[in-house]
Design a protein around this ligand. Sequence first.
Ligand code: TEU
Ligand code: CA
Length: 545
Amino acid sequence: MTHPWWKTSVVYQIYPRSFMDSNGDGMGDLNGIISKLDYLALLGIDVIWLSPVFKSPMDDNGYDISDYDDIAPEFGTLADMDRLIAEARLRDIKIIMDLVVNHSSDEHPWFESARQSKDSPYRDYYIWREAQPDGSLPNDIRSYFGGPAWTFNPATNDYYFHQFSTKQPDLNWDNPAVPDAVHAMMNRWLDRGIAGFRMDVIDLIGKDVDNKVLANGPTLHSHLQAMHQATLKGRDALTVGETWSVTPETAQLYSAPEREELSMVFQFEHIELTFDPVHGKWRPREFDLVALKHVFAKWQTELDGQGWNSLFWNNHDLPRAVSKYGDDGEYREASAKALATVLHGMQGTPYVYQGEEIGMTNVAFKVIEDYQDIETRNLFAERLEQGDAPDALMAAIHKNSRDNARTPMQWDASDNAGFSSAKPWLKVNPNYPEINVEASLEDQNSIFHHYQRLIQLRKTNPTLIDGQFKLLLADHPQVFAYLRKTDSETLLVVGNLSTEHLTVPLSDNLLSDSAQVLVCSGTSRTGLSQRVELAPYDAFIMSLG
Ligand code: TEU
Ligand code: CA
């Protein structure tokens, strides 16, 4: 069966400001990424998802774009971007960029014009509403980054809508000029040689603010179909939508090939299992493996043949996988490998977030001033005002702040972890002398080399791409085990996601004397017995023939 290239690819996400600083200003940059392409080629990844590098006042670290056609000077120039695309291509690595078009920066020329006068030609690129007759806000929608989603604009004596910071005004997709401008910009970047886009909060572009419908709005899919026709059709591109609101049913609307919208989406149901239903991630709940397995099984089953899954544990908005789902203490290496095994064994396109491949961990800065993320800072201030205890807030921040994922990449044990010769924009995790790329490359049993083997297996084993998923031991509280079956092969994937020594029963119809270990971490094993011994965080992928 032939597949589009992105079904057999592994994507590596780079958060550019934290990846590698080439010019000693404490900020990661494009030339820093170019200097590390051989490392990424060694890991074996096929695609780089580059978080935004466009011109931006950096209120939300680049997710607030003031020029979609130019590179932020902090990161380099358009010539550097062209060089990155070319140098990556020499290593068979494609680049997809971050399309942030639910909103722009308030310093984008469109908004700077729109906010000056109701007669601006760009006025309707954004969403404006008058105050209510009693002078109150247009409605009670709140911003994700704290406070109301409406900010008063004195020059036009009305309010503009922003679901994120006050410096991220939402674009008005009901105005045809907006999709037209976005499509033209997308085509310019595709013509420049990028291989597609990750689409930031793309489930929000069909919003109807007057009826307070924000995600999955009435015009969403017509916008995505129009976008596909105007930009992606006929191009062999990878597109992945960030869709916090998606369900398996609606995921099919985005990723069923015949709908000609996107290649796949990021769903977050497995992430939100640990969020409080009302207070979200700021009242974290412990994760429950049984619930997690059922969520994964549902997505694997319902998208099989209907769409396509993305597979991830973390990204630049989420805490480090080994800290959240594994054990970042005694069993850091074992648990990181086990988490990678049970994720990469599933059907879909795996995404590796920078540093995940060496088991980088969460950070626990002592004071809020050490945190840089606008979401963390705003919500600390807002919750403090609402009476939350500072210690409880800091504990929640240690668990779920986005800065957990944004501390500089740890390259070696030299100053600043080899990330920069200057003071980094965000403090380095103090565990960098032990946890760094150089140490990982020297150790054949490192997390890095386990990721390398998993990524290599995806290129060589068709069952990993096409095999039907079947959950085993569904209610076992510590073990995540499943099958991947095609007509010609059955794979068994097992991960002990606990610190306990376990013996688990396997139904005897799985026993096969042609069982062969393909990838294994922890206890080395050969064949398969009816009762499988598992040490803490043992994990393996076995072919049962
Ligand atoms: O994130 C969308 C988003 O909703 C998350 O930031 C979420 O609010 C939170 O982090 C998880 O609980 C995207 C980008 O990935 C993020 O970095 C941007 O800040 C945001 O959109 C606005 O562009
Ligand atoms: Ca730099």
